[in-house]
Design a protein around this ligand. Sequence first.
Ligand SMILES: Nc1ncnc2c1ncn2[C@@H]1O[C@H](COP(=O)(O)OP(=O)(O)O)[C@@H](O)[C@H]1O
Ligand SMILES: [Mg+2]
Length: 316
Amino acid sequence: MSRLRIRNLCVDFSTPDGTVSAVRDVSLDLEDGEILAIVGESGSGKSQTAFAAMGLLPANARCSGSVCFDGKEILGLDDDALSGIRAREIAMIFQNPMTSLNPYRRISDQMTEVLEVHQGLSKKAARTQCIAMLESVNISDARMRFEQFPHECSGGMRQRVMIAMSLLCRPRILIADEPTTALDVTIQAQVIDLLKMIRERYGMAIILITHDLGLVAGCSDRVAVMYAGRVMESGPTEELFLSPRHPYTDALLKSLIRMDEDTSRLYSISGSHPDTTDAGSGGCPFNPRCPVSTIACSASLPAVRTVGSRSWACIR
Ligand SMILES: Nc1ncnc2c1ncn2[C@@H]1O[C@H](COP(=O)(O)OP(=O)(O)O)[C@@H](O)[C@H]1O
Ligand SMILES: [Mg+2]
């Protein structure tokens, strides 16, 4: 049984301009000790998939499908039940750590509170555990950092503090939504190394959400590529990089490789990511930008084909 099993997840937003279908029929599995990367252009539905799974959608959203954690359905649970799960079982960190850290409170107060509230620890016991957790995410001078305010730390340091804080209750799953996007390249690599270390040490499952396919090559076990709210292809990272089955994955990979080789010949995918208000003609959403599309591609939505550990939604 998967630790997390998402089936046919759909998220629609009602807006003054009509319905936005942000997530369409997404199915994913996550096992313990695994890093699953969800990759796609901005607006492809990555964050909303995670928010739906965590019960964090705004009021104008409607969702359907199934999200099972440890075999138990959690989609549609009330706020009380979900806040328990979010505190203890599934943690989430974001691109900007300041969305979760309060700028006016010391790191020590924010961290110890988590253990006092959710685990009933005394202040003293909580302090000891928090400092140990800061050390375990390789924060040097953990005691000194512990007493600081978030703004006294660099961006990379704040992200480490956020990760340490999210791990305090030993969740089974960590969802990291663009955790390195705001950081420079060296610090990005350190945060990715940290995620790998956490996976090893705690046997956790991690969902790494990113728009950067290059980032996931060295760390994820499996990749799901999203486009216009749908999973276009998924499979083991190495296989997907070596032999992409979907033209969109292929195009993403080409844009990466060319960038490494010769910046004067930048490969970019022509056209733009579709507006998700438009429900589409019923064909493949990538069809208008696909270099190998045929007439049949606009006729109907390609069914997802699964062979072994790989799945893809393309008729070719
Ligand atoms: N509150 C909202 N109301 C209407 N549309 C939204 C809302 N939040 C997100 N969306 C739309 O949902 C789509 C997917 O968004 P998101 O999951 O955040 O993309 P990303 O892959 O960049 O994380 C986008 O088209 C976005 O504009
Ligand atoms: Mg996002």
